[in-house]
Design a protein around this ligand. Structure first.
Ligand code: NAP
Length: 228
């Protein structure tokens, strides 16, 4: 149904409940997946890139369609009410601080902090990226979301063979409700896990998955969270 809606929106202007301006910082796999999905829902997407005039980013803007654009990371957040940090998981603190004043904005955090230095993957932080970003931007409302599934499943949930739920963690119920609307618009389901400190557990799930996937002796698996 969502695919049909996206297709139809190419031809007719379908109303969205309210159109947000969403800065997507980072133009890799996750930034591209979420940016194109949010634009298909009728939101204004501004990509924030270290090199906004690169052919990679110019192609992404064209592929995103609507009124999407790209600029530097710090510029992208200025007019946005929602900021997505689709950036390397071990750099979130410095990148958040480099973006300037994020007061009053919702920050969606899909990142995973991965320590790849030893024989096994480990959590790269002792708390969680969700909490680190919230501390770096204390007057913003951070919502952990989208870190528990691959970018391919984000854009095509049917790959999983059934509904996929996105766990949300954050201290603001209002911010979680707005992110839940985006999640549902993408054909996914939202589950509220409570406060931002619960990011720790969702981020840990990926470490478990990585060690079994690449751990040699262990049995690889996939997981999808699903509401019953
Ligand atoms: N890949 C997945 O399926 C997946 C799924 C869920 C969550 N995640 C998490 O989501 C985050 C992004 O993953 P991804 O797969 O999209 O990674 P990616 O393809 O490597 O993209 C990350 C983007 O961040 C920007 N970036 C890279 N180095 C930077 C730096 N030093 N300073 C500022 N920006 C920098 C780049 O955009 P510009 O070149 O435009 O600056 C880059 O394209 C990671 O934390 C990952 O763990 C990934």
């Amino acid at each position: 149904m969502r695919r049909l809606t996206s297709f139809l929106s190419l031809f007719i202007l379908l109303p969205v409940a309210h159109a947000d301006t969403i800065a997507v910082v980072g133009t890799g796999n996750v930034g591209a997946a979420l940016g194109t999905e949010f634009a298909a829902l009728g939101h204004t997407v501004v990509y924030g890139s270290r090199d906004p005039s690169s052919s990679k980013v110019v192609d992404l803007v064209a592929r995103t369609g609507g009124d999407a654009s790209a600029t530097t990371q710090a510029e992208s957040v200025k007019g946005a009410n929602i900021v997505v940090l689709a950036v390397p998981g071990m750099l979130v603190e410095e990148i958040t601080k480099s973006l300037g004043d994020l007061s009053g904005k919702i920050i969606i955090d899909p990142t995973n902090p991965i320590d790849r230095s030893g024989p096994e993957f480990k959590m790269g932080v002792s708390s969680s990226n969700g909490e680190i970003i919230q501390l770096a931007a204390p007057d913003a409302s951070v919502v952990k979301a989208f870190n528990s599934l691959s970018w391919q499943t984000m854009i095509d949930p049917e790959l999983s063979g059934g509904p996929v739920s996105i766990p949300l963690a954050g201290n603001s119920a209002d911010a979680k409700a707005i992110v839940a609307e985006l999640v549902e618009g993408m054909g996914l389901e939202a589950i509220d896990l409570g406060g931002i400190e619960n990011s720790h557990w969702i981020e840990g799930m990926l470490i478990m998955w990585l060690n079994n996937r690449y751990g040699g002796e262990r049995e690889p698996f996939d997981f999808y969270l699903r509401k019953n």
